[in-house]
Design a protein around this ligand. Structure first.
Ligand code: PLP
Length: 395
């Protein structure tokens, strides 16, 4: 099948929920992908921060094959070795004591919301409300889209569940002012991804931690996009000198397989008990076997070091372009989640880059987002910058 044949099938049979670029990707290796007509692209979207080790990394392929030969799925009615091992690995590498496994970022946040409700009922005298931030993104289930601070995500889904409110991001006084007698938790992304790659003031997360400690609230970090090495540390919160009570992961965790996780301190995790939450596929042998290979590979082979180094190279290249093109307003980010804010809508630039063989995307209308694999090399960074420069020069 060629690109056009695949588009036709999608248009006829697939639910109409995505505005797709006219490309069908059929093969990938490292930071490269190929479409069904054989055209090659440099992939600086990486499945939106999923393919942190690049496409079809040998360690991921090996882990899929080895685990698929051994055991693909059994129920959580039984103990599952790779699940137990991955939970240990995540706890050893983080603030957390326990992990609940699920299949996506939305489900990880859904688990965090449900845990907050139970904790609030048991330990906070019935408090249940979760404060989150404007322009945040937490998922597409009814509860997580209600936590999400974007009208377009919620439009048409009334009535929404109760117990969620948003305040401006990176605004401590606004958060403090919003806390009331029902507030149980604060949910934030340490760096907003979909909101336009927004890095908060250095004191913001620390201020939230102090606020939560003072007012007896839970602090929940949504690291679905910025976790698993994306910022140059395994978890983004490590940059800010604070620890949450609960953290959610997904995207890169399964190396491209659907795997999400909700991590929590023991004192909070205790509010879940047998049958209070569950998922049929959550933490199955295959995805957890692969998750183990992903985390081990991320922590070996200098992947995080490469992320920091290549992140600096890309960042300084983008800053150079900002100096050259007055319609570039800002360049920001950490590690290899970088954003270039424009004065105008960025979708034409994304389309032009695609034509030139570079995949990037645009978020919050005006922010070009760069999310290459953490294993990307210097030559590919330079190539991406030269394509982008050529495209920007045509404006
Ligand atoms: C992508 C994303 C989610 C939702 O993840 P899904 O796997 O699409 O459900 C939640 N939070 C953040 C910060 C994300 O970037």
């Amino acid at each position: 099948m060629k690109n056009r044949d695949i588009f036709k099938l999608t248009d006829k049979y697939v639910a109409n929920t995505y505005a797709r670029y006219p490309v069908a990707l059929v093969r990938g290796k490292g930071a490269r992908v190929w479409d069904a007509d054989g055209k090659e692209y440099l992939d600086f979207v990486a499945g939106i921060a999923v393919n942190n080790l690049g496409h079809c990394h040998a360690a991921v392929v090996r882990a899929i094959q080895a685990q698929a030969r051994k055991l693909i799925h059994v129920s959580n009615l039984y103990h599952i070795a790779p699940q137990a091992e991955l939970a240990r690995e995540l706890c050893r590498r983080s603030f957390a004591d326990r992990v609940f496994f699920c299949n996506s970022g939305a489900e990880a946040n859904e688990a965090a919301i449900k845990l907050t409700r139970r904790y609030g009922a048991e330990r906070l005298g019935g408090k249940y409300e979760i404060l989150s931030t404007r322009n945040s993104f937490h998922g597409r289930t009814l509860a997580t889209l209600t936590a999400t601070g974007q009208e377009k995500v919620r439009a048409g889904y009334d009535p929404l569940p109760a117990g969620f409110r948003q305040v401006p991001y990176d605004d401590l006084p606004a958060m403090e002012g919003a806390i009331d007698g029902k507030t149980a938790a604060i949910l934030v992304e340490p760096i907003q991804g979909e909101g336009g790659v927004v890095v908060p003031d250095p004191g913001y997360l620390q201020g939230l931690r102090e606020l939560c400690d003072r007012r007896g609230l839970l602090l929940i970090f949504d690291e679905v996009q910025v976790g698993m090495g994306r910022t140059g540390k395994l978890f983004a919160y490590e940059h800010f000198g604070v620890e949450p009570d609960v953290m959610t992961l997904a995207k890169a965790l399964g190396g491209g397989l659907p795997l999400g996780a909700m991590l929590a301190k023991e004192a909070v995790a205790r509010s879940f008990s047998p049958s209070s939450h569950a998922s049929t596929f959550g933490g199955n042998p295959l995805v957890c076997g692969v998750g183990l290979a992903v985390i081990r590979t991320l922590l070996q082979d200098g992947v995080l070091k490469n992320c920091v180094k290549m992140g600096k190279l890309l960042f300084s290249g983008l800053q150079r372009l900002k100096k050259r093109f007055p319609f570039v307003r800002d360049v920001r980010g950490r590690g290899l989640i970088l954003g270039m804010e424009l004065e105008h809508d960025g979708s034409e630039i994304v389309q032009d880059c695609l034509t030139e063989g570079l995949l990037i995307n645009c978020t919050a209308q005006k922010v070009l987002r760069f999310l290459p694999p953490l294993t990307v090399g210097k030559k590919d960074i330079e190539r991406a910058l030269s394509i982008l420069e050529r495209v920007l020069a045509r404006r």
